[in-house]
Design a protein around this ligand. Structure first.
Ligand code: GN1
Ligand code: MG
Length: 380
């Protein structure tokens, strides 16, 4: 679930398909995958050696305002990751196909921006973590993704959505929504707003650790969930991290935290029966094991010490985003029934309470897999 998809005119897929470099003759393209933000198509070409498939994607400019900057990020990140992962038997990187006219994007006659990726065969996505092996695979994949990008050379990446995980700014947005109350929804959400405001201490900790030089800025994915990893059809192993539009500067623990938020709950994101919501310990443990097996080598002690905490922050941040959107009239997250964003906010706060209740245990799990943490790195 996510921002509303684009409502652009039906694309000239053949024209778009031909705009990218040499795969033979364009045959056809059909909608592909379950993404809610961009429009994605699987295209078939026929080349000298037989059929070739590619992924064509129209980028949602309502969500991503500055496509050239976004594409510069994606091109740098995929080139570097491809280089770092080449020769390894495990994970690979998405690879962009150049446009015939140069660069990696094509602007169609209606002004829409397109890009083209190599198709990764023999792999699929799964929406929700149900088993520890999925959690381990996904967390390892994002750890590996961060690891190979930890030495990305050159300038800081562009912020494709400014302040995306700036929890203080998200908190301020909620405050503004409460004050404006454009749809008179505040009265019925008093309890939820009180929960949100009562947890304000969660807001600044990571930012303060960053300002003190304790938590570094790195290249992070920023939407780390199982659904953004291609899994091998046969073995279930992670093959490739996808959905790279939000790859930008961030804090490594927040990717882990987003895996915790999106993956540990016993119930769906919009569950209304709060008694059904809890954070699964077995999934949390598998996330820690998988993530640290890849990222443990480059993270500093403070980042590791704040992994469990980051799970609480990301759960809180998503909760206040859903709540603010409910108060504003569901302008960002699509809903399929009235009150769904309020339900989502409530489910996030219920998950947060469960994470809080298991805080000591979960921090012990991190310590167990991290070996010894340096003294003095406060677990917030
Ligand atoms: C959106 O579309 P999806 O599910 O990958 C959102 C995430 C939220 C998530 C909550 C660009 O992601 O930040 O965590 O919904 N992505 C954007 O379900 O806002
Ligand atoms: Mg996605």
């Amino acid at each position: 679930m996510s921002a509303a998809p684009s409502t652009l005119p039906a694309p000239d897929l053949a024209g778009v398909g031909r705009a990218f470099a040499g795969a033979g003759d364009f045959i056809s393209a059909e909608p592909h995958g379950g993404g809610h933000i961009n429009d994605t198509f699987l295209a078939t070409y026929v080349g000298a050696a037989g059929p070739i498939r590619r992924v064509l994607q129209r980028i949602n400019e309502t969500v991503f305002r500055h496509v050239p900057a976004l594409m510069e990020n994606v091109a740098r990140v995929t080139a570097h990751a491809t280089d770092r992962l080449s020769g390894s038997a495990g994970q690979r990187s998405l690879r962009l196909i150049p446009a015939q006219a140069g660069g990696f994007s094509h602007r169609d006659a209606t002004g829409g921006w397109w890009r083209c990726y190599e198709f990764v065969a023999g792999a699929h996505t799964e929406d929700h973590i149900q088993r520890p092996d999925q959690a381990r695979a996904a967390a390892r994949a994002f750890g590996e993704f961060q690891r190979v990008l930890s030495d990305l050379p050159g300038a800081r990446l562009h912020e494709t959505i400014p302040d995306f995980h700036h929890t203080r700014r998200r908190f301020e947005a909620l405050q503004r929504a409460v004050t404006a109350d454009p749809l008179r929804r505040v009265a019925a959400a008093r309890e939820d707003i009180a929960q949100a405001f009562g947890r304000e201490p969660l807001v600044d900790t990571m930012l303060a650790l960053h300002r003190r030089g304790v938590i570094p800025e790195r290249v992070t994915h920023n939407d780390a969930k199982l659904g953004n990893v291609l899994l091998d059809d046969v073995t279930g192993a992670a093959v490739c991290v996808i959905d790279l539009d939000t790859v930008m500067p961030g804090f490594a623990p927040f990717d882990f935290g987003e895996l915790v938020r999106s993956g540990t709950s016993t119930a769906p994101e919009d569950e209304r029966d709060l008694s059904r919501i809890g954070a699964r310990r077995d999934i949390f443990e598998a996330l820690v094991e998988g993530y640290l097996s890849a990222a443990g080598a480059f993270l500093n002690a403070a980042e590791i010490a704040n992994l469990a905490f980051a799970g609480r922050v990301m759960t809180y941040e998503n909760g206040i985003r859903f709540l603010a959107d409910h108060l504003k009239g569901d302008v960002y997250y699509k809903i399929t029934r009235p009150g769904q964003n309020l339900d989502r906010a409530r489910s996030q706060f219920a998950l947060l309470r469960s994470l809080e209740a298991q805080q000591t245990d979960f921090e012990d799990i991190v310590r167990k897999y991290a070996g010894s943490l340096a003294e003095g790195d406060a677990i917030a």
